[in-house]
Design a protein around this ligand. Structure first.
Ligand SMILES: [Zn+2]
Ligand SMILES: [Zn+2]
Length: 348
């Protein structure tokens, strides 16, 4: 089968590799779409993966192609998406079903071969059925949508009637905004320096999208909230400026969610730390998302239900669909920012 194989930092090659075989309890999935995650860019060009060669790609959906021994409940042709973390099932976190905190996990596309390939073999317990009315293209965005949902849940408390400020309007920021609306927020304010991202925010029904380089986002939030500040601030860009803005724009007793993958150290001015103390802000880190094979109100099943209900709009986030033989060029484009992009999908 064809796969984009990463042989080293900056060395991706389209190759033919052996088709993986579904063992006991496993299913072979024919990949329809695999999203390129923001984290795939440093993985391919800066930090590398855990071992080389690796096939990257962890945000994917497709159809069941064959099932291994002992698998029940799935059969060829079923439309599925995949929770990409393979948990150990033995550690304390796994016992609490907090798989994202597993002490000994495996991961598609970084620790084991992922879905920039025609076929992937996955444990049947990691599969989710894609509901009717949700395209496989949309289903391949389940992971970023689950990450966004998890971030907002980490803010704690309810959001009805509240103001949520989102710093960074990439795919995850735009998904956070949508979840905030679904969860009843009265006002969602977004900041991003890229005009096309603010346009997409507007198309998704978020007119309060501003350029943080053309004005002070903290002033804007206070202007919009009778000088109170936002109830919830979500840092969704991973750059120092958004981290300090998210802290500075929160109201007394407000919550700040740290969600963007950090790209640099952040220096917090003493005045801002003091303000964080005086305002008694709650700062919540957010990591990955919750998944339950039984579908017990976890982030992944919630995403698919909201997409099926038409509450969550995933398709407008897709800006590029590229075949496998152009996937490396697409990664280079994202690294260089040579085109406007939100979610880039590889279509093996
Ligand atoms: Zn991702
Ligand atoms: Zn574990």
């Amino acid at each position: 089968m064809k796969a984009l194989v990463l042989h080293g930092v900056g060395d991706g090659r389209l190759e033919r590799i052996a088709r993986p075989v579904a063992g006991p309890g496993q299913v072979r999935v024919r990949v329809a779409f695999c999203g390129v995650c923001g984290s795939d860019i440093p993985r391919a060009f800066v930090k590398g993966t855990y071992r080389f060669p690796t096939v990257c790609g962890h945000e994917f959906a497709g159809t069941v192609e064959s099932v291994g021994p002992g698998v029940s409940g799935f059969s060829p042709g079923d439309r599925v998406t995949v929770f990409p973390l393979v948990w150990c099932g033995r550690c304390a976190a796994c016992e609490r079903a907090q798989f994202a905190q597993c002490a000994d996990y495996d991961y598609y596309g970084s620790r084991r071969d992922g879905a920039f390939a025609e076929l992937v073999v996955v444990p049947a317990r990691n599969l989710l059925r894609v509901p009717e009315g949700v395209s496989l293209e949309a289903a391949s965005l389940t992971e970023p949508a689950a990450v966004a949902l998890h971030g907002l849940k980490r803010a704690g408390g309810q959001l009805v009637g509240q103001t949520v400020a989102v710093f960074g309007a990439g795919p995850v920021g735009l998904l956070v905004a949508q979840w905030a609306r679904i969860m009843g927020a009265a006002r969602v304010v977004l900041f991003d320096p890229i005009p096309r991202k603010r346009e997409v925010a507007g198309q998704l029904g978020f007119p309060l999208a501003f350029d943080p380089t053309g004005e002070d986002p903290v002033h804007r939030v206070f202007d919009l909230t009778d000088a109170q500040g936002a109830d919830v601030c979500v840092e969704a860009a991973g750059v120092p400026a958004t981290m300090t803005q998210a802290l500075a724009a929160a109201r007394a007793g407000g919550r700040v969610v740290v969600l963007g993958n950090p790209s640099a150290d952040v220096t917090l001015p003493a005045g801002l730390i003091s303000q964080t103390m005086r305002r008694e802000l709650t700062i919540a880190g957010s990591w990955n998302s919750t998944f339950s094979p039984a579908g017990n109100n976890d982030d992944w099943h919630t995403v698919l239900a909201a997409a099926a209900a038409g509450q969550l709009q995933l398709d407008p986030l897709v800006t590029h669909r590229v075949p496998l033989d152009q996937a490396w060029e697409a990664l280079l484009m994202m690294r260089d920012g040579s085109e406007f992009f939100l979610k880039v999908l590889v279509q093996p």
